[in-house]
Design a protein around this ligand. Structure first.
Ligand SMILES: *Cc1c(COP(=O)(O)O)cnc(C)c1O
Length: 239
C-alpha cells in the first residue's frame, strides 16, 4: 500500500480489520466457539507507528513484532497496547526484551528459555512464553520438533522466572488447503495432549497459529490466536 496516501491507508486498515474480524467470527463459530474466543494479533513489523496506532484505535489490543530492536524503537510512539515478541530471539537480546512484552511466543530452545528465566528473575518478574513448534520439519525453520516438545516442555517448566502458556507455529507455505489443515490439526492435537497431562507450570492457554494466508484454516483447526500482518497493513516493503 506504499503508493497510497496516508489517508487512503488509514481507510484501508479500517476496511481490512472489518473483513478479518468478520472472517474470524465466522470461522470461530464454524469450529464450535464464540467469536471472542479467538484473538487477533496485528503483526506490525516494518509498519510505522502512526498506522499501528490507527489499528489500535480501531480495536486492536495485541501487537506482535519479530525483532527486539524494532519493537523497542517504536514503543515510545505507540499507544498503550499489549505486545508479544514473535520472532527468533538471540540470547544477547534477552535482557533488552524481558519486561517489555507480555509474552515471548518464539521460544525455540531450552537454552533461550533458561536465559529468559535468568533475566526475568533478575528483573523480579515472571515472563510468559510459548513454545514454537517446527510444524513442517523444515531444516531452515526454528522450533521444537512435535515429537520432542513435551519432554522439552517438562524441562523448561522447571526453570524459574518463566511460565509456559501455550504453543506457537509458523506453518510452511502449502499450495494445498487439505495439507495446511492437516498440519494445523496435528498441532492442535499436540496442544490438547499436552494440556491433558495437566503438569505443573505447563499451561496450554494459547494456541498461536495462522497468518494472513492461512488464518481461516488455522481457526477452523483450533487456533485461538492468529497473527495477521499484511492483510491488515498491506504488503511489507523492505528497504
Ligand atoms: C510476519 C509474521 C506474521 C504475519 O505475517 P503475514 O503473512 O503478513 O500476516 C506472523 N507470524 C510471524 C512469526 C511473523 O514473522
Amino acid at each position: 500500500m506504499e503508493w497510497l496516501s496516508d489517508e487512503e491507508r488509514y481507510r484501508a486498515i479500517e476496511e481490512n480489520l472489518k473483513i478479518i474480524n468478520d472472517n474470524i467470527s465466522e470461522c470461530a463459530v464454524e469450529s464450535g466457539r464464540k467469536p471472542e474466543e479467538v484473538r487477533l494479533m496485528a503483526v506490525t513489523k516494518t509498519v510505522e507507528p502512526k498506522f499501528i496506532n490507527h489499528a489500535i484505535n480501531n480495536g486492536i489490543n495485541l501487537i506482535g513484532e519479530n525483532k527486539v530492536q524494532e519493537l523497542l524503537l517504536k514503543e515510545p510512539e505507540l499507544l498503550k497496547c499489549e505486545a508479544h515478541l514473535i520472532g527468533h530471539l538471540q540470547s544477547n537480546k534477552v535482557k533488552k526484551i524481558v519486561g517489555r512484552v507480555t509474552a515471548i511466543q518464539s521460544v525455540d530452545t531450552v537454552d533461550i528459555a533458561k536465559e529468559i528465566g535468568k533475566r526475568s528473575v533478575e528483573a523480579g518478574i515472571n515472563t510468559k512464553i510459548l513454545l514454537e513448534i517446527n510444524s513442517g520439519n523444515e531444516e531452515s525453520k526454528f522450533g521444537f520438533a512435535p515429537e520432542e516438545v513435551y519432554d522439552k516442555a517438562c524441562e523448561i517448566s522447571e526453570i524459574k522466572g518463566i511460565s509456559i502458556d501455550g504453543l506457537m507455529c509458523v506453518a510452511p507455505i502449502c499450495e494445498n488447503n487439505t495439507k495446511i489443515r492437516n498440519i494445523f490439526s496435528n498441532i492442535h492435537q499436540l496442544f490438547i495432549d499436552i494440556k491433558d497431562k495437566k503438569r505443573d507450570n505447563i499451561c496450554m492457554n494459547i494456541l498461536s497459529m495462522g497468518m494472513s494466508g492461512d488464518y481461516k484454516e488455522a481457526i477452523l483447526e483450533g487456533a485461538n490466536l492468529v497473527r495477521v500482518g499484511s492483510s491488515i497493513f498491506g504488503m511489507r516493503i523492505y528497504r
